[in-house]
Design a protein around this ligand. Structure first.
Ligand SMILES: Nc1ncnc2c1ncn2[C@@H]1O[C@H](COP(=O)(O)OP(=O)(O)OP(=O)(O)O)[C@@H](O)[C@H]1O
Ligand SMILES: [Mg+2]
Length: 396
Protein backbone atom coordinates (compact mmCIF):
# COMPACT_ATOMS: atom_id res chain seq x y z
CA UNK A 1 0.00 0.00 0.00
CA UNK A 2 2.78 2.38 0.95
CA UNK A 3 4.74 1.52 -2.17
CA UNK A 4 1.71 2.22 -4.28
CA UNK A 5 1.14 5.60 -2.67
CA UNK A 6 4.70 6.70 -3.10
CA UNK A 7 4.58 5.69 -6.76
CA UNK A 8 1.46 7.79 -7.20
CA UNK A 9 3.21 10.81 -5.74
CA UNK A 10 6.24 10.14 -7.97
CA UNK A 11 3.96 10.23 -10.97
CA UNK A 12 2.58 13.52 -9.85
CA UNK A 13 6.04 14.91 -9.41
CA UNK A 14 7.10 13.71 -12.88
CA UNK A 15 4.21 15.28 -14.72
CA UNK A 16 4.62 18.68 -13.04
CA UNK A 17 8.37 18.84 -13.73
CA UNK A 18 7.76 17.81 -17.36
CA UNK A 19 5.33 20.69 -17.75
CA UNK A 20 7.88 23.06 -16.29
CA UNK A 21 10.58 22.03 -18.76
CA UNK A 22 8.14 22.59 -21.57
CA UNK A 23 7.36 26.16 -20.50
CA UNK A 24 10.94 27.39 -20.16
CA UNK A 25 13.03 26.59 -23.22
CA UNK A 26 16.69 26.03 -22.30
CA UNK A 27 19.00 29.01 -22.90
CA UNK A 28 17.58 30.29 -26.18
CA UNK A 29 19.57 33.31 -27.42
CA UNK A 30 17.58 34.13 -30.53
CA UNK A 31 14.30 32.99 -32.02
CA UNK A 32 12.62 33.57 -35.30
CA UNK A 33 8.93 32.73 -35.03
CA UNK A 34 6.71 32.25 -38.06
CA UNK A 35 8.48 34.69 -40.32
CA UNK A 36 6.91 35.37 -43.73
CA UNK A 37 8.08 37.97 -46.19
CA UNK A 38 6.99 39.17 -49.62
CA UNK A 39 8.64 41.58 -52.02
CA UNK A 40 5.92 43.17 -54.14
CA UNK A 41 3.67 40.16 -54.66
CA UNK A 42 6.39 37.52 -54.55
CA UNK A 43 6.51 35.45 -51.38
CA UNK A 44 10.19 34.85 -50.50
CA UNK A 45 9.82 33.44 -46.96
CA UNK A 46 7.03 31.20 -45.76
CA UNK A 47 6.49 30.63 -42.03
CA UNK A 48 10.16 30.22 -41.07
CA UNK A 49 10.82 29.41 -37.40
CA UNK A 50 13.99 28.40 -35.57
CA UNK A 51 15.90 28.99 -32.33
CA UNK A 52 19.58 29.61 -31.74
CA UNK A 53 20.87 28.48 -28.36
CA UNK A 54 23.31 30.47 -26.24
CA UNK A 55 26.83 30.00 -27.68
CA UNK A 56 25.49 27.97 -30.59
CA UNK A 57 26.51 28.36 -34.22
CA UNK A 58 23.53 27.79 -36.52
CA UNK A 59 24.18 27.52 -40.25
CA UNK A 60 21.50 28.59 -42.73
CA UNK A 61 22.12 26.53 -45.84
CA UNK A 62 20.25 26.85 -49.12
CA UNK A 63 20.62 27.54 -52.83
CA UNK A 64 20.80 31.01 -54.32
CA UNK A 65 17.52 32.89 -53.94
CA UNK A 66 16.18 30.56 -51.21
CA UNK A 67 15.84 33.51 -48.79
CA UNK A 68 18.92 33.19 -46.57
CA UNK A 69 19.98 36.85 -46.70
CA UNK A 70 16.37 37.95 -46.17
CA UNK A 71 16.19 35.90 -42.93
CA UNK A 72 19.43 37.50 -41.74
CA UNK A 73 18.30 41.02 -42.63
CA UNK A 74 15.06 40.46 -40.71
CA UNK A 75 17.00 39.31 -37.62
CA UNK A 76 19.30 42.33 -37.94
CA UNK A 77 16.35 44.71 -38.33
CA UNK A 78 17.29 45.79 -41.85
CA UNK A 79 14.07 44.36 -43.20
CA UNK A 80 10.58 44.03 -41.68
CA UNK A 81 8.81 40.66 -41.79
CA UNK A 82 5.29 40.51 -43.18
CA UNK A 83 4.26 38.18 -40.33
CA UNK A 84 6.20 36.69 -37.43
CA UNK A 85 8.42 37.86 -34.59
CA UNK A 86 12.13 38.10 -33.82
CA UNK A 87 13.07 37.44 -30.18
CA UNK A 88 16.60 38.19 -28.94
CA UNK A 89 17.46 37.05 -25.41
CA UNK A 90 13.80 36.86 -24.45
CA UNK A 91 12.98 40.33 -25.79
CA UNK A 92 10.70 40.87 -28.77
CA UNK A 93 12.75 43.15 -31.04
CA UNK A 94 10.55 42.93 -34.15
CA UNK A 95 9.65 46.61 -33.97
CA UNK A 96 13.07 47.84 -32.83
CA UNK A 97 15.40 49.59 -35.28
CA UNK A 98 18.60 47.74 -36.27
CA UNK A 99 20.93 49.84 -34.08
CA UNK A 100 19.02 48.97 -30.91
CA UNK A 101 19.15 45.20 -31.41
CA UNK A 102 22.75 44.46 -30.39
CA UNK A 103 23.33 42.37 -33.49
CA UNK A 104 26.66 42.23 -35.33
CA UNK A 105 26.55 41.52 -39.05
CA UNK A 106 29.48 40.44 -41.21
CA UNK A 107 28.85 40.61 -44.93
CA UNK A 108 30.77 39.29 -47.89
CA UNK A 109 32.98 42.37 -48.15
CA UNK A 110 33.48 45.04 -45.58
CA UNK A 111 34.58 48.66 -45.26
CA UNK A 112 37.25 48.76 -42.57
CA UNK A 113 37.73 51.30 -39.80
CA UNK A 114 39.90 51.72 -36.68
CA UNK A 115 40.95 48.50 -35.07
CA UNK A 116 41.52 47.37 -31.54
CA UNK A 117 44.68 45.60 -30.36
CA UNK A 118 43.07 42.99 -28.16
CA UNK A 119 40.66 41.95 -30.85
CA UNK A 120 43.39 41.97 -33.48
CA UNK A 121 45.27 39.53 -31.32
CA UNK A 122 42.20 37.33 -31.14
CA UNK A 123 42.03 37.16 -34.92
CA UNK A 124 45.83 36.87 -35.29
CA UNK A 125 46.40 40.16 -37.09
CA UNK A 126 48.59 42.16 -34.68
CA UNK A 127 51.46 42.58 -37.15
CA UNK A 128 49.09 44.19 -39.66
CA UNK A 129 47.75 46.92 -37.37
CA UNK A 130 49.49 49.75 -39.23
CA UNK A 131 48.17 48.73 -42.64
CA UNK A 132 45.38 50.31 -44.64
CA UNK A 133 42.45 48.13 -45.61
CA UNK A 134 43.58 47.82 -49.25
CA UNK A 135 46.94 46.51 -48.06
CA UNK A 136 45.27 43.51 -46.46
CA UNK A 137 44.30 40.33 -48.26
CA UNK A 138 40.63 39.36 -48.51
CA UNK A 139 41.04 36.86 -45.69
CA UNK A 140 42.77 39.43 -43.48
CA UNK A 141 40.05 41.98 -44.20
CA UNK A 142 37.41 39.51 -43.08
CA UNK A 143 39.31 38.87 -39.85
CA UNK A 144 39.37 42.61 -39.22
CA UNK A 145 35.66 42.84 -39.98
CA UNK A 146 35.03 40.16 -37.34
CA UNK A 147 37.27 41.91 -34.81
CA UNK A 148 35.46 45.16 -35.44
CA UNK A 149 32.07 43.57 -35.03
CA UNK A 150 33.14 41.90 -31.77
CA UNK A 151 34.25 45.30 -30.45
CA UNK A 152 30.58 46.24 -30.14
CA UNK A 153 29.96 43.20 -27.90
CA UNK A 154 27.07 41.92 -29.99
CA UNK A 155 24.45 39.64 -28.44
CA UNK A 156 24.17 37.75 -31.70
CA UNK A 157 26.57 37.50 -34.66
CA UNK A 158 25.28 37.16 -38.19
CA UNK A 159 27.54 36.10 -41.08
CA UNK A 160 26.34 36.37 -44.67
CA UNK A 161 28.67 34.24 -46.83
CA UNK A 162 31.76 35.98 -45.46
CA UNK A 163 34.15 33.79 -47.45
CA UNK A 164 32.39 34.12 -50.79
CA UNK A 165 35.16 36.09 -52.46
CA UNK A 166 38.07 34.00 -51.18
CA UNK A 167 39.95 31.10 -52.77
CA UNK A 168 39.15 27.57 -51.60
CA UNK A 169 42.22 27.19 -49.41
CA UNK A 170 41.78 30.51 -47.59
CA UNK A 171 38.09 29.69 -47.11
CA UNK A 172 38.89 26.43 -45.35
CA UNK A 173 41.59 28.06 -43.26
CA UNK A 174 39.43 31.01 -42.26
CA UNK A 175 36.36 28.95 -41.43
CA UNK A 176 38.40 26.82 -39.04
CA UNK A 177 39.71 29.99 -37.42
CA UNK A 178 36.20 31.41 -37.11
CA UNK A 179 34.96 28.17 -35.65
CA UNK A 180 37.65 28.30 -32.99
CA UNK A 181 36.94 31.99 -32.43
CA UNK A 182 33.20 31.41 -31.98
CA UNK A 183 33.95 28.67 -29.45
CA UNK A 184 36.14 31.17 -27.58
CA UNK A 185 33.83 34.21 -27.51
CA UNK A 186 30.65 32.07 -27.09
CA UNK A 187 28.51 34.58 -28.96
CA UNK A 188 25.56 32.82 -30.60
CA UNK A 189 25.78 33.07 -34.37
CA UNK A 190 23.81 32.53 -37.54
CA UNK A 191 26.04 31.74 -40.47
CA UNK A 192 24.85 31.74 -44.08
CA UNK A 193 26.41 29.58 -46.74
CA UNK A 194 25.45 27.64 -49.82
CA UNK A 195 28.54 25.44 -49.44
CA UNK A 196 27.57 22.10 -47.87
CA UNK A 197 31.07 21.33 -46.62
CA UNK A 198 31.27 24.71 -44.90
CA UNK A 199 27.85 24.06 -43.33
CA UNK A 200 28.85 20.65 -41.99
CA UNK A 201 32.08 21.96 -40.53
CA UNK A 202 30.81 25.22 -39.05
CA UNK A 203 27.35 24.40 -37.79
CA UNK A 204 26.41 23.02 -34.40
CA UNK A 205 23.11 22.72 -36.24
CA UNK A 206 22.13 23.27 -39.85
CA UNK A 207 18.84 24.76 -41.07
CA UNK A 208 18.17 23.90 -44.72
CA UNK A 209 16.19 26.51 -46.61
CA UNK A 210 14.53 25.78 -49.94
CA UNK A 211 12.48 28.35 -51.79
CA UNK A 212 11.68 30.39 -48.67
CA UNK A 213 10.67 27.32 -46.72
CA UNK A 214 12.61 25.62 -43.91
CA UNK A 215 12.97 21.98 -44.97
CA UNK A 216 14.84 20.57 -41.98
CA UNK A 217 16.84 21.71 -39.00
CA UNK A 218 19.21 19.46 -37.09
CA UNK A 219 22.79 18.56 -36.26
CA UNK A 220 25.14 17.94 -39.20
CA UNK A 221 24.75 14.21 -38.53
CA UNK A 222 20.95 14.41 -38.55
CA UNK A 223 20.60 16.38 -41.79
CA UNK A 224 23.32 14.42 -43.60
CA UNK A 225 22.46 10.91 -42.43
CA UNK A 226 18.74 11.27 -41.83
CA UNK A 227 17.44 13.73 -44.41
CA UNK A 228 13.69 14.22 -44.10
CA UNK A 229 13.15 15.38 -47.66
CA UNK A 230 14.54 14.64 -51.07
CA UNK A 231 15.75 18.22 -51.32
CA UNK A 232 17.82 17.95 -48.13
CA UNK A 233 19.21 14.57 -49.22
CA UNK A 234 20.36 15.81 -52.62
CA UNK A 235 21.46 19.30 -51.57
CA UNK A 236 23.75 18.02 -48.82
CA UNK A 237 26.05 15.87 -50.90
CA UNK A 238 25.49 13.17 -53.46
CA UNK A 239 22.52 10.91 -52.93
CA UNK A 240 21.15 7.92 -54.80
CA UNK A 241 17.38 7.77 -54.97
CA UNK A 242 15.28 4.74 -55.89
CA UNK A 243 11.53 4.33 -55.90
CA UNK A 244 10.11 1.49 -53.84
CA UNK A 245 6.99 0.11 -52.25
CA UNK A 246 6.69 -0.90 -48.60
CA UNK A 247 5.62 -4.48 -48.02
CA UNK A 248 5.63 -6.67 -44.92
CA UNK A 249 9.18 -6.63 -43.57
CA UNK A 250 10.80 -5.26 -46.69
CA UNK A 251 10.88 -2.57 -49.32
CA UNK A 252 10.39 -3.70 -52.89
CA UNK A 253 12.56 -1.88 -55.36
CA UNK A 254 11.75 -3.37 -58.71
CA UNK A 255 12.56 -7.05 -58.42
CA UNK A 256 14.74 -6.42 -55.37
CA UNK A 257 13.57 -6.71 -51.77
CA UNK A 258 15.56 -4.79 -49.20
CA UNK A 259 14.94 -5.87 -45.59
CA UNK A 260 13.05 -3.10 -43.81
CA UNK A 261 14.68 -0.85 -41.23
CA UNK A 262 13.16 0.49 -38.03
CA UNK A 263 12.35 3.68 -39.92
CA UNK A 264 10.22 1.76 -42.44
CA UNK A 265 7.63 1.00 -39.73
CA UNK A 266 6.04 4.42 -40.01
CA UNK A 267 4.84 3.53 -43.52
CA UNK A 268 1.89 1.30 -44.27
CA UNK A 269 1.99 -1.68 -46.59
CA UNK A 270 1.68 -0.75 -50.25
CA UNK A 271 2.86 2.80 -49.63
CA UNK A 272 5.14 4.26 -52.25
CA UNK A 273 8.48 5.47 -50.90
CA UNK A 274 11.82 6.87 -51.98
CA UNK A 275 14.87 5.00 -50.77
CA UNK A 276 17.76 7.43 -50.39
CA UNK A 277 21.36 6.43 -49.77
CA UNK A 278 24.77 8.06 -50.01
CA UNK A 279 27.53 6.72 -52.29
CA UNK A 280 29.59 5.82 -49.23
CA UNK A 281 26.72 3.71 -47.85
CA UNK A 282 27.03 1.27 -50.76
CA UNK A 283 29.01 -1.94 -50.20
CA UNK A 284 30.14 -4.00 -53.19
CA UNK A 285 31.25 -7.58 -53.37
CA UNK A 286 32.44 -9.69 -56.30
CA UNK A 287 31.64 -13.02 -54.69
CA UNK A 288 28.01 -12.38 -53.65
CA UNK A 289 29.06 -12.40 -49.98
CA UNK A 290 28.16 -9.13 -48.29
CA UNK A 291 29.31 -8.19 -44.79
CA UNK A 292 26.83 -8.60 -41.96
CA UNK A 293 26.39 -4.86 -41.37
CA UNK A 294 24.63 -4.26 -44.68
CA UNK A 295 21.33 -5.11 -46.34
CA UNK A 296 21.35 -6.69 -49.79
CA UNK A 297 19.92 -4.50 -52.52
CA UNK A 298 20.55 -6.21 -55.87
CA UNK A 299 23.24 -7.25 -58.30
CA UNK A 300 24.81 -4.76 -60.63
CA UNK A 301 27.41 -4.19 -63.30
CA UNK A 302 30.26 -1.74 -62.85
CA UNK A 303 30.06 0.76 -65.68
CA UNK A 304 32.71 3.27 -64.76
CA UNK A 305 35.49 3.69 -62.20
CA UNK A 306 37.01 7.07 -61.35
CA UNK A 307 39.91 7.84 -59.11
CA UNK A 308 39.03 10.91 -56.99
CA UNK A 309 42.03 11.22 -54.68
CA UNK A 310 40.97 10.06 -51.25
CA UNK A 311 38.43 7.62 -52.67
CA UNK A 312 37.29 5.75 -55.74
CA UNK A 313 33.95 6.52 -57.36
CA UNK A 314 32.07 3.83 -59.22
CA UNK A 315 29.04 4.00 -61.49
CA UNK A 316 27.01 0.86 -61.16
CA UNK A 317 23.96 -0.12 -63.13
CA UNK A 318 21.56 -2.03 -60.93
CA UNK A 319 19.72 -5.05 -62.12
CA UNK A 320 16.25 -4.27 -60.77
CA UNK A 321 14.01 -5.22 -63.62
CA UNK A 322 13.50 -8.49 -65.34
CA UNK A 323 11.14 -6.85 -67.74
CA UNK A 324 11.64 -3.69 -69.77
CA UNK A 325 8.85 -1.11 -69.59
CA UNK A 326 6.73 -0.92 -72.76
CA UNK A 327 8.06 1.41 -75.43
CA UNK A 328 5.74 4.36 -74.79
CA UNK A 329 5.98 4.09 -71.00
CA UNK A 330 8.37 6.04 -68.78
CA UNK A 331 11.11 4.05 -67.09
CA UNK A 332 10.12 2.44 -63.82
CA UNK A 333 12.80 4.06 -61.71
CA UNK A 334 14.33 7.45 -61.62
CA UNK A 335 17.65 8.10 -60.09
CA UNK A 336 18.81 11.55 -59.21
CA UNK A 337 22.45 12.10 -58.82
CA UNK A 338 23.61 15.38 -57.41
CA UNK A 339 24.63 16.78 -60.78
CA UNK A 340 22.81 19.20 -63.08
CA UNK A 341 21.66 16.24 -65.16
CA UNK A 342 18.81 14.11 -63.98
CA UNK A 343 19.46 10.72 -65.35
CA UNK A 344 16.76 8.29 -66.15
CA UNK A 345 17.40 4.64 -65.58
CA UNK A 346 18.82 2.67 -62.70
CA UNK A 347 22.44 3.69 -62.29
CA UNK A 348 23.79 4.39 -58.82
CA UNK A 349 27.00 5.89 -57.56
CA UNK A 350 29.18 4.20 -54.97
CA UNK A 351 32.41 5.34 -53.37
CA UNK A 352 35.12 3.29 -51.72
CA UNK A 353 37.86 4.69 -49.49
CA UNK A 354 41.42 4.24 -50.72
CA UNK A 355 42.42 1.29 -48.47
CA UNK A 356 39.35 -0.69 -49.53
CA UNK A 357 39.81 0.20 -53.21
CA UNK A 358 43.41 -0.99 -53.21
CA UNK A 359 42.64 -4.13 -51.19
CA UNK A 360 40.11 -5.45 -53.71
CA UNK A 361 40.38 -4.10 -57.24
CA UNK A 362 37.32 -3.85 -59.47
CA UNK A 363 37.20 -3.56 -63.25
CA UNK A 364 34.62 -2.09 -65.57
CA UNK A 365 32.21 -4.85 -66.52
CA UNK A 366 32.51 -6.75 -63.22
CA UNK A 367 29.28 -8.12 -61.82
CA UNK A 368 28.91 -7.28 -58.14
CA UNK A 369 26.49 -7.82 -55.29
CA UNK A 370 25.31 -4.45 -53.98
CA UNK A 371 24.49 -3.94 -50.30
CA UNK A 372 23.56 -0.87 -48.25
CA UNK A 373 25.03 -0.12 -44.82
CA UNK A 374 22.54 2.73 -44.33
CA UNK A 375 19.61 4.32 -46.13
CA UNK A 376 16.70 6.64 -45.47
CA UNK A 377 13.11 6.05 -46.44
CA UNK A 378 11.01 9.04 -47.48
CA UNK A 379 7.35 9.15 -48.46
CA UNK A 380 6.89 9.49 -52.19
CA UNK A 381 4.15 12.09 -52.44
CA UNK A 382 4.72 13.00 -56.05
CA UNK A 383 4.21 9.54 -57.44
CA UNK A 384 0.95 8.99 -59.28
CA UNK A 385 -1.06 5.82 -58.66
CA UNK A 386 -0.32 4.30 -62.04
CA UNK A 387 3.39 4.13 -61.40
CA UNK A 388 2.87 2.42 -58.02
CA UNK A 389 0.72 -0.25 -59.59
CA UNK A 390 3.28 -0.96 -62.22
CA UNK A 391 6.01 -1.26 -59.61
CA UNK A 392 3.92 -3.86 -57.82
CA UNK A 393 2.98 -5.60 -61.02
CA UNK A 394 6.47 -6.68 -61.94
CA UNK A 395 6.71 -8.69 -58.73
CA UNK A 396 3.73 -10.88 -59.43
N1 LIG B 1 14.74 44.15 -51.82
C1 LIG B 1 14.24 43.18 -52.58
N2 LIG B 1 13.27 43.45 -53.50
C2 LIG B 1 12.73 42.46 -54.26
N3 LIG B 1 13.08 41.18 -54.18
C3 LIG B 1 14.04 40.84 -53.30
C4 LIG B 1 14.68 41.81 -52.45
N4 LIG B 1 15.58 41.18 -51.69
C5 LIG B 1 15.52 39.87 -52.02
N5 LIG B 1 14.62 39.66 -53.00
C6 LIG B 1 14.25 38.35 -53.58
O1 LIG B 1 13.99 37.45 -52.54
C7 LIG B 1 14.47 36.14 -52.83
C8 LIG B 1 15.40 35.69 -51.73
O2 LIG B 1 16.56 36.52 -51.75
P1 LIG B 1 17.77 36.34 -50.75
O3 LIG B 1 18.73 37.43 -51.04
O4 LIG B 1 17.25 36.23 -49.37
O5 LIG B 1 18.36 34.93 -51.23
P2 LIG B 1 19.69 34.19 -50.77
O6 LIG B 1 19.26 32.83 -50.30
O7 LIG B 1 20.46 35.02 -49.85
O8 LIG B 1 20.47 34.00 -52.15
P3 LIG B 1 22.07 34.09 -52.48
O9 LIG B 1 22.64 32.77 -52.09
O10 LIG B 1 22.09 34.27 -53.96
O11 LIG B 1 22.64 35.25 -51.73
C9 LIG B 1 15.12 36.25 -54.19
O12 LIG B 1 14.22 35.77 -55.14
C10 LIG B 1 15.38 37.73 -54.37
O13 LIG B 1 15.34 38.09 -55.71
MG1 LIG C 1 22.30 35.99 -49.94
Amino acid sequence: MIAKMSRASDDQHDSSSAALVHETPPNIAASVKGISKSFKKTRVLEDVSFDVAEGESLVLLGPSGSGKTTVLRIIAGLEQPYTGRVILHGKDVTDLPARERGVGVIFQSYALFPRINKLLKLVQLEEHRKKYPWQLSGGQQQRVAIARTLAYKPQVLLFDEPFGALDAQTRVHLRREIRALLRQVKVPSVFITHDQEEALELGDRIAVLNNGHLEQIGTPDEVYNHPQTEFVATFLGAANLLLGVVTLGSIEIGTARVPATEETRKFRGGQSVKVVFRPEDVTLSKDAKLPGNCRRLANGIIEEINFVGAYERLNIRLDLTQRQPAQDQPPLYEVTINTPERMTGIPIIATRPKPEASASKFNVGDRVAVGLTAFSVLPNYTLVGGRVNRALEINR
